[in-house]
Design a protein around this ligand. Sequence first.
Ligand code: PAF
Length: 283
Amino acid sequence: MKKISTVAELGQQISTWKRAGKRIAFVPTMGNLHQGHLSLVSKAKKLADKVIVSIFVNPLQFDDKTDLSVYPRTLDADIQQLSEVECDVVFTPTAEVMYPNGMEEQTRIIVPGVDDKLCGQARPGHFDGVATVVTKLLNMVQADVAVFGEKDYQQLLLIKKMVADLDLAVEIVGLPTFREKSGLAMSSRNQYLTDPQRIQAVEIYRILNAIKTEIEKGEADFITLEQQAIDELKQLGFEPDYVDIRHAGSLEPAKSTDKMLRILLAARLGKARLIDNIACELK
Ligand code: PAF
């Protein structure tokens, strides 16, 4: 596995592969890799001949400076893990490489309709930062396919819309959330949890599934289901941000006649802001 940190060297590697007719898959990450990321890498390898993983903690997508400063950076361990799976290039640009004229001067990508709800409300500017960095990375990497996790479901929809709206020549593939045995969705932010909080955090997946069961049984009063879940999270010691039942494609509040639903949840537990979501598909 090659480690590349400049756009010029990355460009040379990609030209060589393209000349040889190789298909390229891309997995963008912010590092602190876990099994969830590695599952994206192994899917990427099934979809292409060559796999590029980027590791860049993108300052543009952090609305909270403290969150950015404490975000776990574990580059050596990440590179070690990637060298043990089928990753051909790890791209590790600095902020100067990504934003040579500084962040204030950086042209931004805004994805209307997706960026202003759910996590977009709680984290102003977050999705502009995501859309901007992903566009830049996609342009640098020139991949045929890019792989993202469904754990960040709103992000996945945002990127799919952005790629369609900007006619970017890349296929976006979403993969189901990778979970611990307990059901807890894998996330770099789980390491902010204490041991008792980690046990408590499992309640998130249980509550999501309880909502799904109620809907499958015919409950169509979504507002009440959402409110009950919020109350339950509070009782359990979480600070809920939202529990929402949405249309899986538009992320608009779900109607009782909708068939393809997504149940999404964000809540703080101690130092961690945890997000999770599950599909609920009705016949
Ligand atoms: O999901 C992430 O880790 C980040 O939001 C991404 C897509 C790598 C952009 O910085």
